[in-house]
Structure formats: C-alpha cells, structure tokens
Design a protein around this ligand. Structure first.
Ligand SMILES: *[C@@H]1O[C@H](CO)[C@@H](O)[C@H](O)[C@H]1NC(C)=O
Ligand SMILES: *[C@@H]1O[C@H](CO)[C@@H](O)[C@H](O)[C@H]1NC(C)=O
Ligand SMILES: *[C@@H]1O[C@H](CO)[C@@H](O)[C@H](O)[C@H]1NC(C)=O
Ligand SMILES: *[C@@H]1O[C@H](CO)[C@@H](O)[C@H](O)[C@H]1NC(C)=O
Ligand SMILES: *[C@@H]1O[C@H](CO)[C@@H](O)[C@H](O)[C@H]1NC(C)=O
Ligand SMILES: *[C@@H]1O[C@H](CO)[C@@H](O)[C@H](O)[C@H]1NC(C)=O
Ligand SMILES: *[C@@H]1O[C@H](CO)[C@@H](O)[C@H](O)[C@H]1NC(C)=O
Length: 877
C-alpha cells in the first residue's frame, strides 16, 4: 500500500501488535493499588425504558424479532479493518432493510476525504465560550458527515478531559473543566444529530494520556485508578450531559479503569453508563480496543470496531465477535437477550435519527484519494470500482469555521499595541505564519508540525481543503510586510524603529500511533515548551524590535516565562487550533474589525512544577502501567486555587480591546432544594426478548457464497454451528465472572432518565446580570458563573467551580445586555459515595454564586441564603 494514509494506519496496527503471537490473550487482571476496585455489575441493562426513545425501540424490536442469528451478529461488528469505504463498516441485514453502517472520524471534520471543511478543533471551540457557535459548528459538521454518507460520526471527544497538560489528545475536546466540556460536547451532539447523523461521545473514560493506552500481547493498557466521587464530579460529568442530549453512541476508551479494561468493564458500562446515566444508544469499542468476546458482550459492549482481534488484525481475518458471537449464542454462553438488546440499541439509534428515510450511502473512501480503487483494500485480491465520488459538502461552512476561529482568539497581554493599523510595516517571523511548503496535507493525519498549525495529529484530524494562512491574511489586507520563513532569527531583517514584529510559534501533540519530533502523541520531549525553539525566536526578535506581537497556535498550555514580560513583547494572542481558517480570522482581530473575545479553556502555569506530580505522564512500568488519580478533584484551576499558586494566566482569562462592567445581578429561586433528589421515576417497559437459543441453521453459511478473503462474516460452518448447539446441552458451562446474573435490575437511585435522575437538572436558581460595554470599541463579553459551597460542609470541595457561562452579542461602546444563567440541583450537589447519590450538602446554606469574566476576577457574588447579589466583592481566589 503506497499512499501515506495506509502507512500511518499500518503504524497504528503495528503499535498494537508489539511482536505478538496468537493465543496469549490477557485474561487475568493485574493488581492495582490498594483500594481501587472494579466491581462486577450484571446483567447489561436492556435499553428502551425512557419515553423519548420508545417509538424507536418499538420499530427496532419488531425488526429484531424477524432477524436471524447471523443477521443480528452481523450488525454488532465491523467487517474488518480496511474492509470498506469508512474507517468502520458494520455488516448488514439487507433482508430486514438494514444497510452496512458507515462510521467515520473525526471530531473536527470528515477525515481522509476531499471537499470537506477542516473546522477549528474542540479546544478552539471551548475557547469561544459561545454556546451558539458550539451548536452551529455541530450542525455544519453533521451536514458534512451526512453529505458524505456517514451514519455514525466519531465525535465529539470530551475525554481526555485535560487532566495532564502534556496529554496528546486534549485538543480534541473543549477544555480542562467538566462543565466547559459538557456544554461543548452536548451542544455539538445536538447540532450533529439535528441533521440525522448519530454522534458518538468518547472516550469512556479517564483516557488521560496516549502512551501505553492499548492492550497488546506483552502488556495490558494503562490503568486509570480513580475514586467514585472524582469519576462523577469530573470525568463523567460531560458524558452525563452528552447522554442527556440524546447521543446515539458512546465509544469506550482503550485504557483500563481500576484494572479492568473499559471495553469489558461491567461496572462502567452496565452500571454507570446504561443504568445510572440511562444511556439508550449503543456502546462501541475504540478501534481494536476489544480484548475478549463473551466477556465484553456480558459487560455491555454492543459493537466491536473495526471487527478484528486486537493483536492479529493483519492476519487472516479473525474476530472475537461475528462468527464467534454466533457460536457464543448457540452454545449458550451469551444469553440471547444480550445480543437482541445490542442489536435493538443499534437499530433504535438508527430509527431515532431517522436514518431509515432517504439516508445517503457513503460516497468517499477513507483509504485512498483516488477515484477508483479496491473495494476491500484489506483483502489481498479485491474487486475494484469507483470509491471516491468527490462530493462537495462544504456549503457555507467556512463561515462558521471562521467565526469560531476568530471568536476563540484569546488576548492574554496587550500593552497598547493592538489593534494594529494596516499602514504599519510588518516583519513576520516563524514558519507557522505560512502553509507547509511540502503541501498542506503532506503529512498523513497531519503527523508533522510544519507550516501553519491548524490542528493536532491523529485520527482526530481532517485533510485541509485549503489553508488560509496568516500570510494569506496579510496579503489580502494589502499589508506592507516582509516574511522571514524560518524559526531561527534571521540576520538580514533590518529592524527599524516603526516596525511591528509578528512572531508565530507553535506547540503540537496528537495520537499515539504517530511520533512527531520525538513526541509519541503526548508532549514527552517537547514538554510544555514551544516547538522549534520558539522561545529563542521570540527573545531574539524582542531584542531587536520594540513592538513585538506573539501569536501562538497551540494544543494546550505552554510555558511563557522566558519572554512574556519582556518590555518589547507588547501583545500575546492565543489563536489555538483554527483549522483551515487561520488567516482572515486572525486579521479581523489584529486589525480591530472585532475585539478579541476568546477566553482560556485551561490554566497557563508559570512552571510545570506548579502541577501536582500525579498529573505527570506515566512512563514505562513492568506489567500494567498504573496511573492513580491521587489529586482527585484538584486538576487545572481547582488545583492552582487549592495550592494557592497564582498561575501566569488563570482558567477563563481573556482580554478585549474594550472593557465591560457587570452589574444589576439578581438571583431567583426556582425549584426548592432538598438534601437528596426526589425518588427517580421507575424504568419504563423494555422490549420482551425471547430467551430460547435460535436453531443452528440460522447461522449456516449460505450455499455458494463467494467469500472475500479476510472479510469478517457472521456465519459458521454447519458442523461448527451444530457442535456449538450441542455444547449448549452439555454440562460444561461458560465460566461466568463473579457476581454474574441475568436478572434485570431496577437501576440505581441516581438514575431515572437520560443523564441521570431528571431532578438533578431542575433549575434551582436563575441568575441575571447586566453587562455593559464601558470602553470605546465594540466587543463581546463572556460571563462565567462559578459556585462556592457553604462553609463547614462535610465534603472537601474546590473553592470555586464553573457551572455555567454565556457570551453577549457584540455590544457597541456604551451598550448593555442582560444575560441569563442558571444553577441546577446537580450544580450544587456533591456525589456521596456512601449513599451513591447526589446530595446537597447544606440545603439552607449560603452558596456563593460568583460571576466574572475569568476564574480569578470574580467580584460579583449572589448568595443563595439572602437571595441577593452584590458587586465589588473580594474574589474568593
Ligand atoms: C474504582 O475504585 C474506587 C475505589 O474502590 C471505587 O469507588 C470506584 O467506584 C471504582 N470505579 C470503577 C469504575 O469501577
Ligand atoms: C416480520 O415478519 C413477518 C412475517 O414474515 C412480517 O409479516 C412482518 O411484516 C415482519 N415485520 C417487520 C418489522 O419486518
Ligand atoms: C453481513 O454483512 C455483509 C456485508 O454487508 C453481507 O455481505 C452479508 O450478507 C451479511 N450477512 C447476513 C447474515 O446478512
Ligand atoms: C461458546 O463459544 C464462545 C465463542 O467461541 C466461547 O468463548 C465459549 O467458551 C463457548 N462456550 C462453551 C460453553 O463452550
Ligand atoms: C501590559 O499589559 C498587561 C495586560 O494587558 C497589564 O497587566 C500591564 O500592566 C501592562 N503593562 C504596562 C507597562 O502597560
Ligand atoms: C441597573 O438598574 C438600574 C435601576 O433599576 C437602572 O437604572 C440601570 O439602567 C440598570 N443598569 C443596567 C446596565 O442595566
Ligand atoms: C438441547 O436440549 C433441548 C431441550 O432438551 C432440545 O430441545 C434441543 O434439541 C437440544 N439441542 C441439541 C443441539 O441437542
């Protein structure tokens, strides 16, 4: 395979192999630190018990009743890696009218295709703090996936949450706070699904670093060991909101939690996701994350992607499911209702999103850019045909992409230099200012840091249809500039007193299967420093020029201490990861068409030592790498506040060209609180499934079937099927895990609807605040709402935690706007590990509802006890 795409995918496969041999599957759990327990929770809850999905379940279960065993197992698995046009392709059940479903990356655009939009990355969306843009970008993304014939969009990503500043894939999500992630993820889902595409919230859960994430034959994947309260209050929070938004699919993570691989962690999938959060859609594995057949089915996995066995995908086409799943049903190991529930969940999502009506088929091929090619590139001999139809799905999506890129730009420092005048003379430094000279898509999956950095690397990337670079932006403004396309300070730049120097610098990261400049996804060797000696470049420019503007394209926090306080560094802008729209979006801010309105979606430290040790990357360990979340709730600003460390720039910080004042705040009680939520609604009816094992003949190969080599099928040879059926009557039973039962449970008290007990989302207080533009230029303000728990409660809680936010429309100088925010019951609760419920620690207590435009400039406080708000307060941090 000669195209670069296949080569990187090959390296993805190789990274999962590590000198494997068949038959050495990891079946014994390795001990984790004392106290962390992966408890059993069986059986997998049947879906269909919430009223918002009942019609889709009715349609789905009617179909499932009519399907054969081989049709059912066909839908729960991919047909093999490189065995179709999409990155994941399920089998079909054509007799029942169900086509193969196409699953495709990624969170910022349709991966590996053409005529698409390369949208700004999640972290950029988070930096806008703009709920309307979060939704609008979701709609545009959904339209592109639908236009390409994708049934299941593999996004948004809300995990990693951003616990580790060096973590490779933080940029795919929305920022290092559960509430920012929750709005980013939930509104993306609502946008994507509004056009009929099934969204996939991922990766469940605690997948906070790239290295050692996957199980292979020599080593199990890393174990994230975390306590129940931290799980609920941080990492699970955005998943709960995604489920509440009605997400159709959840992707489980590669890593283990408490020593049990997420793909077969029954407590996680059956209890937390399907029972407590009331998830009604289907659960898929991450690519090659499944490590067992029967166990993963019992633990609640519904779909295996891309179908193959994790350690031997390059071999002859083997799967833990497909034909093995048919066998496991016939021999009685997996109860029939477990398979029926999985298939019903998949089809219910299909009906819920209306995909039975005029849904397009795939018209692109993730494996090649050519018009024609092999239909099954993974087969040695494959029929060929038209695979790419070059359908243009861009519509006017560049506009929302540009708006997101622009409104994310975060002004961190400005000593009067910005906005710029077009008549200035510019000296531009840094290779990031212009497109990669090798071509904008020269590196497969953007696996290099060359030219303008619009996104990180890996499966979360997309091909650029074009790159509007900063240099393009200067050109189209007719600016008088000279560009030095180098990351070393040139000797021939001839500084003159009136020059404005623009310095472009980057920090990159990505997914583990590609190593870029010695960084295997995570920023191991770059650490939090700028790449390509960016610190030196800035210092050198600052030594010769007196008016220096630094523009940073970055995946996350960087260290700025070497240069940020230099007197000639007059302004610093974070443009995050703008996707294809890097140029004009930046020019609009630099030249003052708009005021910058982005705010940091994470904290910027003074030093990496300011973080807790436990959020460092975990390096090599014999056996299973253990990553224990001893810092608990105290990540990012929660940690800095607790430790009393003033960061360089706080979470939520962002300047404007104008100034705003917050006034006239009011707080109104809505739903009265009680210490525990009202009793949950009981589960509604779920489909009645037969428990009798279907006849073996339902899985026999059809006569004269023309097999494709390596393709995964759900049929068995007649003798295998008959032997399996006979085994069902033998005395040898499957060794079920401890705690196994096939008796459906009523569900935990904290559940009751999608997202949890619906009372958790009751609005406890409405909050209003007037925001006035007190400066002389137009601009948008961001209001951030943080909750401070009353003193003296029995739970240790971070001093302030973000609970809501909103962005104003563009306010002219002197103009005001009154904005609304809300505080829910859940926002005021803590997860009580003993009662396994959300409790309000002090119902009559005085909660501080703090409002400001950064986590460290909170001067307006509304108290729940007095029901009044006052400005001019001393910020709690
Ligand atoms: C992990 O272990 C902790 C401590 O025993 C427990 O509270 C938590 O529920 C466990 N989490 C999972 C997902 O099993
Ligand atoms: C199921 O099969 C029966 C008998 O063939 C048929 O009447 C019915 O329409 C089918 N139902 C669905 C939902 O396909
Ligand atoms: C499974 O799906 C494949 C691919 O669409 C198809 O060729 C095959 O006929 C399906 N098997 C069954 C039992 O429908
Ligand atoms: C049934 O088949 C499955 C899949 O091959 C296998 O894992 C399991 O051990 C079998 N069970 C019995 C009781 O033979
Ligand atoms: C420079 O700007 C920063 C923030 O924009 C401000 O805190 C600082 O006081 C300014 N310094 C000078 C010398 O104006
Ligand atoms: C604040 O309230 C006062 C008194 O009702 C009113 O006069 C003023 O216009 C309000 N300010 C804003 C910015 O809404
Ligand atoms: C297994 O036992 C059941 C009930 O005794 C019987 O109906 C069925 O035919 C048997 N299956 C096989 C394959 O022997």
């Amino acid at each position: 395979m000669s195209n670069p795409k296949s080569l990187t995918t090959l390296s993805f496969l190789l990274s999962s192999l590590l000198g494997c041999a068949e038959g050495a599957a990891i079946d014994k759990r390795i001990a984790v630190p004392a106290g962390y327990v992966a408890a059993p929770y069986y059986p997998a809850p049947h879906g269909g018990w919430t009223s918002d999905w009942s019609e889709s379940y009715r349609k789905a279960s009617l179909l499932v009743q009519n399907m054969t065993l081989a049709e059912k197992t066909n839908l729960t698995s991919g047909t093999g890696i490189f065995m179709g046009r999409c990155v994941g392709n399920t089998g079909s059940a054509l007799r029942a009218g169900i086509p193969q479903l196409c699953l495709q990356d990624g969170p910022l655009g349709v991966r590996n295709t053409d005529h698409n939009t390369a949208f700004p990355a999640g972290i950029t969306v988070g930096a806008t703090w703009d709920k309307d843009l979060m939704y609008a970008r979701g709609v545009a993304l959904g339209e592109e996936f639908r236009g390409k014939g994708v049934n299941v969009h593999l996004g948004p990503s809300v995990g990693p949450l951003g616990r580790k500043p060096r973590g490779g894939r933080n940029w795919e999500g929305f920022g290092a706070d559960p509430v920012l992630q929750a709005f980013g993820g939930g509104l993306s889902i609502e946008g994507i699904q509004s056009v009929g595409v099934i969204a996939t919230i991922k990766h469940l859960i605690a997948n906070e670093q790239e290295m050692y994430r996957m199980y292979n034959l020599v080593q199990p994947g890393i174990s994230s060991n975390l306590d129940d309260r931290t799980l609920h209050e941080l990492y699970l929070w955005p998943f709960a909101e995604g489920v509440r938004s009605g997400v159709g699919a959840v992707m489980i993570a590669y890593n283990a939690v408490n020593g049990s691989a997420c793909s077969q962690n029954s407590y996680l999938i059956n209890n937390i996701l399907k029972d407590e959060l009331g998830f009604q859609g289907f659960v898929m594995s991450d690519w090659l994350a499944q490590i067992s057949g029967v166990s993963s089915a019992l633990a609640g996995l519904d779909m295996n992607m891309p179908g193959d066995i994790h350690t031997i995908p390059l071999a002859t086409g083997q799967s833990y499911w497909m034909y093995e799943y048919s066998r496991a049903i016939l021999n009685g190991s997996v109860p029939v209702d477990r398979l029926d529930d999985s298939v019903t969940r998949i089809l219910a999502a299909y009906f819920q999103l209306g995909q039975d009506q005029n849904y397009p088929s795939p018209n692109f091929d993730t494996n090649t850019q050519d018009a024609e090619g092999p239909l099954y590139p993974g087969a040695l001999f494959s029929p060929s045909g038209v695979v790419n139809e070059f359908v243009n799905v861009q519509a006017n999506h560049a506009e929302v992409a540009r708006e997101v890129a622009r409104d994310a730009i975060t002004l961190l420092k400005n000593n009067g230099s910005l906005p710029l005048s077009t008549s200035a003379t510019f000296k531009v430094f840094g290779t990031d200012a212009e497109k990669n000279p090798d071509g904008i898509n020269a590196c497969a999956d953007q696996g290099c840091n060359k030219g303008t950095l619009g996104m990180g690397w890996g499966s979360g990337s997309a091909r650029y249809p074009y790159m509007d670079s900063p240099i393009d932006g200067l050109k189209s403004r007719g600016a008088n500039y000279q560009f030095f396309n180098t990351d070393s300070f040139p000797s021939n730049s001839n500084p003159s007193a009136n020059d404005v120097a623009l310095v472009f610098v980057t920090a990159d990261s990505g997914e583990n299967y590609i190593t870029v400049e010695n960084n295997p996804g995570d920023r191991t060797s770059a650490n939090l420093k700028l790449w390509h000696n960016g610190d030196q470049l800035i210092k050198d420019v600052a030594a010769k020029y007196s008016n220096v503007i630094v523009i940073v394209h970055t995946v996350g926090p960087i260290l700025m201490e070497e240069w940020v306080d230099l007197p000639s560094v007059k302004a610093v802008l974070f443009a995050h990861l703008p996707g294809q729209e890097a140029g004009d979006s930046l020019m609009q801010v630099l030249f003052g068409d708009v005021s910058p309105s982005g705010h940091l979606p994470y904290t910027i430290p003074n030093s990496e030592d300011d973080y807790p040790d436990s959020v460092s990357l975990v390096g090599f360990q014999f056996g299973q790498p253990q990553d224990t979340f001893t810092e608990g709730l105290y990540i990012d600003y929660r940690h800095f506040n607790k430790a009393g460390i003033k960061p360089r720039y706080a979470f939520g910080h962002g300047l404007s060209y104008t100034t705003f004042s917050f006034s006239n705040a009011s707080i109104t009680p809505v739903t009265p609180l009680t210490a525990v939520p009202p009793t949950r609604p009981t589960k509604g009816e779920t489909p009645a499934y037969s428990t009798s094992i279907p006849p073996a003949s339902e899985s026999y190969w059809p006569d004269n079937f023309d097999r494709i080599w390596r393709y995964l099928y759900s049929w068995l040879d007649k003798s295998d099927a008959d032997n399996a059926a006979a085994a069902a009557n033998s005395s040898t039973k499957y060794p079920y895990p401890a705690g196994y039962s096939n008796e459906q449970k009523p569900g935990p008290p904290a559940g009751g609807a999608q997202g949890g007990n619906p009372a958790l989302f009751d609005v406890a207080y409405d909050v209003e605040v007037a925001i006035s533009n007190t400066g002389s230029r137009a601009g948008k303000a961001v209001a951030q709402l943080y909750v401070q728990y009353p003193e003296g409660i029995a739970f240790d809680t971070p001093v302030v935690q973000l609970r809501d936010f909103t962005k104003t429309s563009e306010l002219r100088a002197g103009e005001s706007q009154t904005v609304q925010m809300r505080v829910t019951r859940k926002d005021l609760s803590v997860w009580d590990v003993v009662s396994q419920n959300w409790v309000v620690p002090n119902v009559g207590g005085d909660y501080g509802i703090w409002i400001g435009d950064s986590s460290d400039t909170l001067a307006l406080r509304c108290g729940t006890a007095a029901g009044r708000c006052a400005g001019g307060q001393t910020s709690p941090v």
